[in-house]
Design a protein. Sequence first.
Length: 710
Amino acid sequence: MHVSPRPCRALTVALAFCALAFAASSTLAQSVIASIPVGRTPVSADVNTTTNKIYVANSGDNNISVIDGATNTVTATISGVNTYTFDLAVNSVTNKIYMTGIYSGNVIVIDGATNGVVKTIFTGAYPWRIAINPVTNRIYVANANTSTISVIDGASDSIITDIPLPNGSAYAPAVNTATNKIYVVNGSNSVNVIDGATNTITATIPVGASPQKLAVNSATNRIYVANYNSLNVSVINGATNTVIATIPTSGNPFGVGIDAATSKVLVANQTGAAADPVDIISGASNSTVASFNVGNQPSSVAVNSLSRRAYITNQDSGTVSVISLPNDIVISEFRFHGASGGADEFVELANTSAADLTVSGADGSAGWALVGADGVVRATIPNGTVVPRRGHLLLANSTAYSLSSAGGASGAADLTYTQDIPDDSGVALFLTQNPANFNAGTRSGAVGFSPVTNSLYREGIGISGFPSTDGEYSFVRKLNNGTPQDTGNNAADFSFVSNGAGIYGGMQSVLGAPGPENLASPVLSNDTIKVSLIDSTQASTAPPNRVRSGQIQPGVPNAFGTLSIQRRFKNATPLAVTRLRFRIVDITTLGSPAAAGGPQADMRVLSSTGVVTNSQGQEVVTVTGLTLETPPPQPNGGGLNSTLTVALPGGALAPGNSIDVQFLLGVQQGGNFRFLVNVEALTDPSSVSAGSERKLKTGGAKATSGSKQK
């Protein structure tokens, strides 16, 4: 729950300091953007990622619907192709479609350029489902009644061999293109593993009851099996051929698909309801992070990671649901000029999801690319790079970057580049390293200024004006609600901050500080670091929870005294917290946009010292001071995006323990005020047993609001 910080006009008005729960569903979410009528009983679909066409097998009409992924319309129907069309697979490299016909015992080969049948291949009895390895150009057909896998050479479209299965009927194959292994669901509640080089079975893995379909993430070497009667998904480690997790589903799981760009797994469930659920599973945490409804009896999932779309066939509704897949990575802070000149620049990326994110090129390329508006790649992010959940990755120009020591080494770049990004330019992050695929579909996000003519490298019209002189400033994505704001409009989504609230390139900045964050930085942790008053018997506006002082402190900006806010933070994780800090994400300060409702206060964030106060009646409580983090220097006090860190006694805060801290604000001008912070933390994985060894990185925000008078 978020309690908005409302402007207050007098000291007697209550000061809110409440938690904003950071749920996974509150970040960028999947959504159904279209429902496309197709033929009767659509049972299967697959995507040609090169042509952006989707092919749907309609078993009730014995035909195939061809959908244009750009317009979400059916552009062709391929008729008379088989007796009871059941499954199909697309080879995006050769532009061929292979479709099984159960009753006719064959596979039909279709030319994607002409939509014409080019060959019929007879296989075993009841060819059930089919999979393709586009790297080796091999097609694998599961023949249910003969318990064999037919291996087809895609060059000649002829059968090379039939592989007998020892464990009952062959139902569904899937391929790992990286290891050239084929995984086959069989009738004995297990999965056979086939070596694609030798066409021999090398392992058999028990799974759940009545497995239907499966999908492979070739980048992570994980296999996901939909166990219909067990109501769960088995996760197989392809390196060890063992089930490493079992994930409950929202119904009877049937279809499975992989979003290669984010390693998320989409599971289509059947419940008998008019609208059935699709679960989104994090491949990093093996947990369900979201669910949404589609049509009736969803039976297959086809994913185009390049266009950020997924396609769900609803066999009883006669439709295909089109799903918009979110980009979990956003550009969260940047600058193309800094205190040390035009090459003093950086681009910070944020993982907005509740799970670690493993970089994987959406098209099978070597990873992701940060590209300038001139089309030149500035930096590449290799496959396998793991961005912590709600954490960051930092790229910087090694020629003149000056903030490596910012935020207690949080500013040290994870990856570097050397070619300058022009001050008035823009950049885009693409989920591929293949320049041929640098397009809107693979773009995760972009930031740029209004002079950028190519809209691929800005969002909206871009940010008006651009700083081109030296200064300690940056553009920070707004976090007013605790989560990154992403409306697709750079001008609306970013705030311009500097340590002097100066004017650069005709742009008024807000007092604050650049705050670059890297892979090792503390991450958003408010839902696991719980806040409370240090004295619950007193109002939040009353001492010792809030103390207003008119005494002027020397050497710091506080023309009208200070406001002290004291709060208790409890470690609600099972791990020891080794670092704790607070990021200011909203504040009324020098240069802040004026708000309606009267005069606006000018508040400055100051370092504080430890104090001893009375709490719970007469109990003596030691309140720990906070330190305003530098560099960069903040001679005018801290503001938007500044961070405060606390020295933890003994270097760690044990699970269940609490620490009381003091936020100290200098009052430069009286009036209505806002003050909103996010809690950031790091935990020590070695402080618990092996089964729980991972950093807890989720969170939200803490808010206060009120008014300061002279």
